[in-house]
Design a protein around this ligand. Structure first.
Ligand code: ADP
Ligand code: MG
Length: 395
């Protein structure tokens, strides 16, 4: 422990490590000039006391949507307060808030309504919000980030609809504008037309970053985050290239860079090198795998364990073998088993999550079968599985 503390204290790697954390919003966002300007144009009428149009921002993860929205709000708020105009941005992340109740509470609390932790319905919280707002004046800009999580929960669809209509319930001294943000194109396509026409008055699509763009982004952030000269010249290009290979995700690129720095620090090295980036990639992947496995439903964990056990036999397992092993495991635990069809579905889900890979092979006159093998760090999977008390009994 003492050694870890000393290493951290003596580290010459980072100047401001927190500049690389995902929630930090820098003042400069290279390659997002057009999006910053467009959103600023949409919201600027608020400074004249006019209601801005609603807007919908979408694009893949890590394309800078949250950062752009937060930076524009920050500047808008500063400008409004220097002018003495009543403009209040309210930022709420629907995924972090988890339920429609908490989303509604977060908005209500931002305008000074006290909401108990439980005990009211979403509708009641909403009524309190409306009552309060109608006594206020000014322009309220509600940013609903990861808005696609809202309609996934009971009552969320209804809350979303009502928020898009909220101005009809308020007088003409107070106005609410909405900015929705989502990573999910499916959400945008499946929106109810009346919600879509309201929320999508203006639509902003965020394209993925290219590798050279990611390099600029990383360089700008790295300058602040690291001490001068500690990064080998090929570190930033490597992080950018690895992240661009996925889909131009700036979060991924920044994570690689930060974790590479942390690894160099832990190893008490003076410089960050390529090798640390590769270790960072493995470490991030292990963390992702544990997170995914940990949150699987019990039967999916049992199917996964069956696949692992069969793989110990040295060859990929067929769906039939997996099902037999899975049934043995459930009966050992005294549980009911699910159908072969369901197990097949679970295998496909594990495949999509990148935990196993499966391929269909022809067995001549015996027809076709699916061969399944583990496609993730075995130790990470095993550790995550053993955290489940049921599965731990089998391991
Ligand atoms: P999204 O909301 O689209 O998933 P974020 O805005 O959260 O993406 O961006 C992911 C990470 O990358 C954040 O840490 C953000 O600050 C950073 N980032 C994204 N775009 C840029 C940029 N153009 N310049 C600097 N940092 C950026
Ligand atoms: Mg985001």
């Amino acid at each position: 422990m003492e050694e870890v503390f000393t290493a951290a204290l003596e580290s010459k790697i980072f100047r401001k490590r927190w500049v690389l954390l995902p929630d930090y919003v820098p003042d400069v966002l290279p390659h997002r000039e057009a999006e910053l300007r467009r959103l600023a144009e949409v919201l600027a009428p608020a400074l004249r006391g006019e209601k801005p149009s609603n807007a919908l921002l979408y694009g893949l993860t890590g394309t800078g949507k949250t950062a752009v929205a937060r930076l524009v709000l920050r500047r808008l708020e500063a400008r409004a307060s220097s002018l003495g105009v009543l403009v209040k941005p309210i930022y709420v992340n629907a995924r972090h808030r988890e339920t429609p109740y908490r989303v509604a509470s977060a908005i209500a609390e931002a305008v000074g309504v006290r909401v108990p932790f439980t005990g009211l319905s979403v509708g009641e919280v909403y009524e309190r919000l409306v009552k309060r707002l109608s006594r206020l004046r000014g322009i309220y800009i509600i940013v609903l980030d990861e808005i696609d999580f809202l309609p996934k929960r009971p009552g969320g669809q209804d809350l979303l609809y009502r928020i898009t209509r909220i101005n009809q319930e308020l007088g003409d001294r107070v106005w609410v504008s909405l900015v929705g943000i989502t990573n999910s194109l499916g959400f945008v396509e499946n929106l109810e037309p009346r919600v879509k026409s309201s929320l999508g008055e203006v639509e902003l699509v965020f394209p993925p970053y290219t590798a050279p763009q990611l390099r600029d982004i990383l360089e700008t952030r790295a300058e602040e985050a690291f001490n001068p000269g500690v990064l080998d010249p090929d570190v930033v290009p490597l992080c950018a290239a690895l992240a661009a290979r996925e889909h131009g995700d700036a979060r991924r690129a920044l994570d690689l860079l930060r974790v590479a720095g942390e690894i160099a620090e832990r190893r008490r090295e003076e410089r960050v090198r390529r090798e640390h980036v590769y270790s960072a990639r493995a470490e991030i992947e292990r963390d992702r795998v544990s997170e995914v496995v940990r949150t699987l439903p019990l039967h999916a964990k049992l199917v996964l364990l069956s696949i692992m056990m069969l793989e110990d036999g040295g060859r990929p397992a067929s769906t039939g073998e997996i099902y037999e092993r899975y049934k043995e495991l459930t009966s050992t635990l005294g549980l009911e088993h699910v159908t072969l069809r369901r197990v097949s579905g679970i295998i496909s889900e594990l495949d999509m999550l990148g935990i196993v890979k499966s391929r269909v092979v022809s067995r001549g006159r015996y027809g076709k079968t699916r061969e399944v093998s583990l496609d993730a760090d075995r130790l990470a999977v095993e550790n995550a599985l053993s955290e489940d008390p049921f599965v731990a009994r089998l391991l």
